[in-house]
Design a protein around this ligand. Structure first.
Ligand code: HEM
Length: 474
């Protein structure tokens, strides 16, 4: 048991009351509700949502002390939806750790690799040409960003892109679009995941479509089997020498997966599926927030553009290595990830043993513990007027970028996002290049689209359109 106690212990912390079966589910309208509960109940509360008892840690102090410093007791996860093996997102124990070690090493190598930037730049070049076809008229940019973000992950895995108009991309995009519809917080989805045959009746009762995640997983497995055997054949042809630009080669030759049983192929497949599940809509959502904030704040957009132009006219030649020359652009992204909070409660961590928090609250094993990123990102002790979009708050007196202590867009502790490094690089390159090329504005500049959101796999803005213009025409 992880503990430290002298005060009287009192079981789970208090929190919002609920009703039988549903708990407080009907009161929860999104992460805004968690913020209200934080204001009402303080740094820690517990709440039952359906069958699950959730404990929310709402301050960076509690998160650091328990989920980070004493993190081992909080490393569990709930069962993964339609999982074929442990994988990365929902695995736990020894297999998860092996998967994670292999992926962290391979991803780290990829992130310091110039070819990854080349992959991103290739996607951005294509986006620029596509955006240019829509100048002056309203465009829902997510329709073009989703293929770009899917394609960059395939190129990272295989060391080269697959044809954008080929069958493989068509299958992948279909699955990524289906995934966009998945709402893991919905009760019907959770029931369907427990009992497959309930899907149709649940759809009839709820009046909502429930994406068939089992079918999606099968389609992804088909694709991945093909890619894994393609890279195995290439490896055999090269005398076992991995292509340094192909993440799959790095993984297939790693001690965790090389010469292992079929079980490990399943682990590899689930983990790669998790890269797509965890790494496409999250980055997409972050970029959508970025462009919507810039539409609301044309003065910020102009400042980013000016900063870039002063170093590299037209945005060509921006690299992650020279990011220090673009502090305002970096600060803008930090502010986007802070307020956007695309994963507002991170992913659930589950206690692997009984723990005591704050010397008084007893949390039994198998309880969901949530890091309340949304509340932490709006903590007025760390952010003056937290609701305001102010990139300059992340630049210190010396003009250097500072990441606030209460800032955890990529999660907490040892379960920190596997792709955070890649995500930071690509968000920076996508935003910098696109803003240096186009001005993003609302159709009616006096009334930009609202920040209305919905919870899907991550927090998403409702679809919105923007108008793109070349700067010289504005
Ligand atoms: C803006 C972009 C992204 C955000 C905000 C984000 C956020 C997160 C968060 C909050 C977690 C949970 C951490 C925790 O449990 O405390 C997570 C986990 C994960 N993310 Fe990301 N992520 C992003 C991009 C990516 C990308 C690009 C990839 C891969 C290509 C990725 C792959 C994963 C995986 C595999 C996990 C599971 C880690 C584990 O449980 O061990 N993510 N991410």
């Amino acid at each position: 048991m992880t503990s430290c106690s002298s005060a009287t212990k009192q079981g789970l912390p208090g929190g919002p009351a609920g009703i039988p079966v549903l708990g407080a589910a009907l009161k929860w309208k999104g992460p805004e509700t968690n913020l209200e509960w934080t204001k009402e109940y303080g740094p820690i509360y517990s709440v039952r949502i359906g069958p699950n008892q959730l404990v929310y840690l709402n301050t960076i102090e509690l998160v650091e002390e328990y989920m980070e410093k004493k993190g081992a007791a909080f490393l569990g996860r709930p069962e993964g939806p339609a999982a074929i093996a442990n994988g990365l997102l929902f695995g736990q124990g020894k297999k998860w750790r092996e998967n994670r070690n292999a992926f962290m090493r391979a991803m780290w190598r990829a992130s310091i690799n110039e070819p990854y930037e080349a992959i991103i730049n290739n996607e951005v070049d294509f986006l620029v040409s596509q955006f240019s076809d829509h100048l002056g008229s309203p465009l829902e940019i997510d329709t073009l960003l989703l293929p770009a973000l899917s394609s960059r992950l395939v190129a990272l895995l295989l060391g080269e892109p697959v044809p954008r108009d080929g069958e493989e991309m068509a299958v992948l995009l279909q699955q990524m679009r289906n995934l966009e519809e998945v709402d893991l917080t919905s009760k019907s989805t959770q029931m369907f995941l427990k009992v497959k045959k309930f899907r149709r009746p649940l759809e009839a009762v709820s009046g909502r479509t429930i994406p068939d995640m089992f079918k999606m997983s099968e389609a992804m497995q088909g694709l991945l089997r093909g890619w894994i055997s393609r890279r195995r054949a290439a490896l055999a042809k090269n005398g076992g020498q991995p292509n340094p630009n192909a993440l799959l080669d790095q993984l297939l030759t790693s001690e965790e997966y090389a010469n292992k049983s079929e079980e490990f192929d399943k682990e590899l497949m689930q983990s790669v599926m998790d890269l797509f599940n965890g790494g496409v809509t999250s980055s997409l959502s972050a970029l959508e927030f970025a462009f919507l904030y810039l539409m609301h704040h044309p003065e910020v957009q102009a400042k980013v553009k000016t900063e870039i132009d002063q170093v590299v006219a037209g945005g060509h030649g921006i690299t992650w290595a020279n990011r220090e020359q673009f502090p305002y652009t970096q600060a803008t992204l930090i502010e986007v990830l802070r307020l956007g909070s695309v994963t507002p409660s991170s992913l659930p961590h589950v206690t692997t043993e009984d723990v005591v928090i704050d010397e008084q609250y007893e949390i039994p094993q198998d309880v969901f513990v949530m890091a309340s990123i949304y509340s932490m990102h709006r903590d007025s002790r760390f952010y003056k007027k937290p609701e305001l979009f102010q990139p300059e708050r992340h630049i210190n007196a010396e003009g250097k970028v500072v990441r606030p202590r209460s800032y955890r867009p990529f999660g907490v502790g040892e379960r920190l996002c596997v792709g955070y490094n890649l995500a930071e690089i690509e968000l920076f390159l996508f935003m910098a290049r696109l803003v240096s090329t186009f001005r993003f504005r609302a159709e009616d500049p006096t009334q930009p689209p609202p920040f209305d959101t919905q919870m899907r796999v991550v927090r998403r803005l409702l679809p919105f359109a923007c108008v793109l213009e070349h700067w010289q025409n504005t």
